[in-house]
Design a protein around this ligand. Structure first.
Ligand code: NAG
Ligand code: NAG
Ligand code: NAG
Ligand code: NAG
Length: 745
């Protein structure tokens, strides 16, 4: 019994021991695009040793892929990991990645600020890591190492001619030109005066960005915009440097060639990453700028991130490993033992570090992160930028066109109200405001006696509503300016919905009340003007109220090698809503058309009917033009803006003219005043109709079929003139048509 107990005890302890001893094996992946980047490997060895010494049961195993044994090329360098991550792969726990991919991997990696001690993250908050490791507030990784670009100057060659290390690009150019001339006089034609470092891969972006950044005014100035004069000056200087002291071939040389020159070559100035051991005649300095003291260096280097899809146990282990690797002590040891730089700048005061490196230079370097958060797909963006850059450097493309094209890769164009930014926008703005002022001012004619009678067809409240309609519709032009947002799209839709209703409803109401025959329904409408307006307004309010549910998406119109812009596109709900609104307008439109047809020949209101018809045609035409435009591929934001605003202006001004302006012209050109006295004529039409039906045998139409009698009735109204006519002449036209009507049947 005792033995058995003892046996179990031993077994149990062994089991526990085994369990504790089970080492968590972390798999790390590292993709590098140059051999140089393998330098970060010592950190994992360093961690494994540290773990062993401190009895931490975690081990890191690295899989390294470099251009030599992976099929990756630089352009889809970032894709490989993204593909794994999209599959929520748990294959790798720790990911060593180039700093430029933080935005790209942000959705898949652990947010370190939520899983690591605050002090640890705070340590990096004041460093460049705040830019290179974060994306939209999320800490995607922590920097294992950073890389700096500097200038190497051949001091023995400079001394020979009594020259200094250049601080500005002009000095560099002058010095190199002078030395080149002198050396060539001595028959020495093999010196490399400046390398540029614009190879046909990613590194060129670093050099390009640096050069532009070094052209900013002061150290504090922001990165110059590609449309700024600084950027243009920078590109021109770059070309000058290439042509005068270097060549396209030299600028194109890849890393190994430059490295060769750094170790042993025959060179004057070289721009390259800071590396520990170089030829003894080289002195290091920060990269020159346009002004003394201004410099720029792209941040290179490697970050470490943690896969967000791994098990909790692995996450814990990975966090522990990462915390050690990025701790001050871990980084200090790493900097002592490797040739890499830590992002923690306090280490640049460390004695051993400063023995190895020139800490003065390290402290003076002015960093600029790569524009990796500018575009969703940085690799694609980088490729496009580089293609424009190579065209400029090696194929003689124009500098300002190059910059404009680069700007256009990510820039979303919009229409501004300022003349300096958009002449079109400013002109339309002036015209629009002018039109609004004209419409408002012209309302003075209501108060001038001579004109008053010309407006009496519509009641004064109808006129107020019409004017409101013009202003509301024309105001929607203002939503075409500036950034395209969902709100603007909705406001535009609401303005147009109400604007059209404000025009149509009073017209429809008036046409119903002038209809010569009365029935209960028409009488009700005539007596309930307010309710009639209210019904349609409520429908509009209901439909527009629904726009607060999202109705539009903002879509990017990508114009290849052109200017990108944004547009509103109705989503599926928005399409339904728009169709409903459209249907409402169409129904009102059909009613108006029908009423116009019925009242077409009423003499007393003939001119009014013709004017409303003109307005009606303007509406139909604008509708058709708008629908055609919708299906046209404009691909030009200015054309898009102009077409839509001009349609709007022409539409409103035409409606305004036919509804209102014409009446003023009437008075001004002293046209005979139309007869505008309206007498209720309910009896008259009936008597005419009965008179006509008495003559039915002579006119000879078919009243037996329902359709026939309806058509007849409609046509009767259509030809009804509103006046008792007894002359036979007046009947000749209708009888002709009736016969036609019959033959149609
Ligand atoms: C890829 O090549 C490097 C050497 O360039 C080597 O260290 C590494 O183990 C290789 N990786 C794989 C997965 O074969
Ligand atoms: C770091 O970045 C955040 C925003 O991402 C900012 O709020 C903070 O001020 C930055 N810290 C420093 C020291 O620049
Ligand atoms: C520096 O210039 C000297 C004199 O021309 C030359 O001999 C030497 O190779 C150059 N050093 C490097 C590293 O280019
Ligand atoms: C509109 O474009 C101008 C440049 O044309 C730009 O400065 C501005 O930021 C843009 N506005 C918006 C809101 O996108």
């Amino acid at each position: 019994m005792r033995f058995i107990n003892l046996y179990f005890l031993i077994l149990y302890s062994l089991l526990i021991y085994e369990k504790c001893k089970a080492t968590v094996e972390l798999r790390a992946i590292a993709l590098t695009y140059s051999e140089k980047e393998k330098n970060f490997l010592p950190i994992t060895n360093q961690f494994n040793e540290y773990a062993k010494e401190n009895n931490i049961d975690i081990r890191i195993d690295v899989q390294l892929y470099s251009p030599t044994n992976s099929s990756l090329n630089v352009n889809d360098y970032g894709t490989e990991i993204e593909v794994l991550m999209k599959k929520k792969s748990e294959k790798y726990d720790l990911i060593f990645y180039d700093t430029m991919y933080s935005p790209r991997y942000a959705p898949y990696f652990l947010d370190l600020s939520k899983h690591m001690p605050k002090e640890h993250i705070d340590m990096y908050k004041n460093t460049i890591a705040n830019k290179t490791c974060t994306y939209q507030g999320k800490w995607v990784g922590l920097p294992l190492s950073v890389g700096y670009e500097i200038l190497y100057s051949n001091f023995s060659l400079l001394e020979k001619y009594g020259k200094k290390i250049p601080e500005t690009w002009d000095e560099l150019l002058e010095t190199a030109k002078y030395i080149k001339e002198m050396e060539e006089k001595e028959g020495n034609n093999n010196v490399l005066y400046y390398n540029g470092l614009f190879p046909l891969y990613e590194t060129a972006i670093c050099s390009f960005q640096e050069f532009i950044h070094s052209y900013r005014e002061t150290i504090e100035s922001p990165y110059p915009d590609y449309s700024s004069p600084e950027a243009l000056n920078a590109l021109n200087k770059l070309k000058e440097i290439m042509n005068e002291i270097s060549s396209g071939e030299t600028f194109k040389s890849n890393d190994p060639i430059t490295l060769g020159a750094i170790y042993s070559g025959n060179a004057l100035f070289l721009k390259y990453w800071y590396i520990g051991t170089v030829h003894s005649s080289f002195k290091r300095s920060i990269i020159p700028g346009r002004n003394k003291g201004v410099s720029a260096s792209t941040v290179g280097g490697t970050n470490i991130g943690i896969n967000g899809y791994i098990s909790e146990e692995k996450k814990k282990a990975a966090l522990e490993a990462l915390e050690y690797m990025t701790s001050l002590e871990g980084q200090r040891k790493y900097m002592h033992e490797s040739t890499e730089f830590s992002a923690l700048t306090e280490l640049y005061d460390d004695e051993i570090v400063c023995k190895k490196y020139d800490c003065n230079i390290l402290k003076k370097i002015q960093l600029i992160p790569r524009p990796s958060s500018v575009a969703k797909n940085y690799d694609e963006y980088s490729t496009q930028i580089r293609n424009y850059l190579y065209d400029f450097l090696y194929n003689g493309a124009d500098a300002s066109k190059t910059l404009e094209a680069m700007n256009d890769i990510v820039k979303i164009y919009n229409i501004s109200i300022y003349p300096s930014e958009s002449k079109e926008g400013f002109t339309i703005l002036l015209v629009t405001i002018g039109a609004i002022v004209l419409i408002l001012l012209s309302s003075v004619f209501f108060f001038i006696k001579k004109f008053k009678s010309h407006f009496s067809f519509f009641s004064i409240d109808s006129w107020v509503i019409f004017f409101l309609s013009f202003i509301v519709i024309i105001s929607s032009i203002f939503t075409e300016y500036g950034e395209v947002t969902e709100n603007k799209c909705q406001i535009r839709m609401i303005l147009n919905t109400f604007g059209c209703s404000f025009l149509y409803i009073p017209i429809l109401y008036k046409l119903i009340t002038t209809f010569p025959e009365k029935n209960r329904f028409f009488n009700w409408i005539e007596n309930s003007k307010f309710s009639f307006y209210l019904i349609f307004t409520l429908i509009d309010i209901f439909l527009c109220g629904l726009t607060f549910i999202s109705t539009h998406n903002i879509i990017d119109i990508n114009v290849k090698e052109g200017k990108k812009y944004r547009l509103c596109e109705a989503n599926s709900f928005g399409t339904v809503l728009l169709s409903l609104i459209f249907a409402e307008k169409i129904i009102i439109g059909i009613l108006i058309a029908f009423m116009l047809f019925l009242e077409w020949n009423i003499i007393k209101i003939n001119r009014e009917i013709k004017l409303i018809t003109c307005t009606f045609y303007v509406n139909i035409l604008s509708g058709i033009v708008l629908i055609i435009m919708k299906y046209m591929d404009l691909n030009n934001y200015k054309a898009h803006f102009l077409i839509y605003t001009i349609i709007n202006l022409v539409y409103v001004l035409s409606c305004y003219f036919f509804m209102y302006g014409v009446r003023i012209f009437d008075v001004i050109i002293k046209k005979k005043e139309p007869k505008l006295k309206f007498i209720k004529q309910a009896g008259t039409v009936n008597s005419t109709l009965t008179e006509r039906s008495k003559n039915s045998s002579t006119i000879n139409y078919d009243t037996n079929s329902k359709f026939g009698s309806m058509t007849l009735k409609v046509l009767q109204y259509h030809y009804f003139t509103g006046e008792e006519t007894k002359t036979t002449d007046d009947f000749s036209v209708p009888s002709m048509s009736f016969t036609n009507g019959e033959s149609l049947k």
